[in-house]
Design a protein around this ligand. Sequence first.
Ligand code: NSS
Length: 424
Amino acid sequence: MEFLSLREVIEKKPREVKIRGWVYRIRKLKNKIFIVLRDSSDILQCVVEKEKFGKEIEKIEIESSLIIEGKTREEKRAPNGVEIDVSKIEIVGLSKDFPISKFQSTELLLDYRHLWIRSRRLTEIMKIKSSLLKFSREFFLERGFYEVTPPIITASACEGGATQFEIKYFDEKAYLNQSAQLYLEALIFSLEKVFSITPSFRAEPHRTSRHLAEYWHIEPEVAWMDFNELLKLEEEFISYICQKIAENNEKELKFIGRDPEDLFKVKPPFPKITYDEAIEKLKKLGIKISWGKDLRTIEEEKLTQGLNKPLIVTHYPREIKAFYMKDDRKNPKVVLCNDMIAPGYGEIIGGSERETDIEILKEKLLKAGEDLKNYEWYLDLRRYGNIPHSGFGAGAERILRWICKLDHIRDAIPFPRTLRRKYP
Ligand code: NSS
């Protein structure tokens, strides 16, 4: 007999089945043991009549791994309405005193993260993340982008030296990349439309619910693309992800308490305001903020209150943004950039048209205290066949956190790396 997944058993209800998995719940009565088995697909209740088996079965506990054969029976009281009357049981791996029981502290669950990722909630979230990555790739590939593999180890800072992780690189210093962008910019001169999905690293000493020290970064870069076309690409990307996940992950979304209908509504156009307008609006709402200050979480929350899709804020002051963003030639105090802000969850995308003027780039790099030597290769891109171009970066865990309405970003990644945690 071939093994069936628990979902296949629930859907097809064949008379005789052979299944395998881990004990999710167990209830030992005088004559019977009720085992709820789990595998990657679902959970299923199995009933063991003690008298048919030896003493061995008393050793079965939460998270023991089992192979079971038996007959299916409809049973309204069982989860998913099907139950297995067990005829054969093999203990593959015991699980004595599984360290996680009900009502554990957050810290303990993080210490046992390697075991806690078996929980159903995290399992369903990881399935949605798999879809997020798959549909991100699909979106770009369908539009003629090439997937490329930029380096992780680098000598130049993309998002400012202050938040780079330094590493020992043979006898020299190097850094873990904060963004693939500068390398993607080099790659568009041959491939024109590229994207990468890589880990990015930020040594940000923030203890917030939206910062990870290591996160997965989805970044496209496009030759000849201007700022308005970029905003369109961002909207289409986010909408595509939402539609596809709503279609394909209904079961998982419902399990974690997210209504797929909300995601279907995330369609272009998204509301857009300039930074100037945002400041005016915030002032009218009674918030003390002056022009030139970056928007903080509370301001982002105020701006997105009541929205059912993300808000795009454009044209931030050049002083608070990265060196590579293009000065707005009509108003050089601001740059052609945008943040996309998800209601209640903050920034999920940062994008910009890139500066093409080599002198402006040099001026900004020097002002930021960078050594131009490390950027000569990047400046070469402006020297040889310079073109207008744009791109954006989206944090996979930020998007997932918003889609799944997670309290904390750490649940959007199996092994979170945060200010105080690199174990397990
Ligand atoms: O710093 S960004 O706003 N922009 C860049 O890195 C550009 N160089 C990307 C590009 O244009 N190719 O980061 C982009 C996104 C941001 O909107 C978040 O969604 C995510 O990366 N991000 C993070 N996610 C999790 N944790 C941290 N610390 C984090 N920082 C940024």
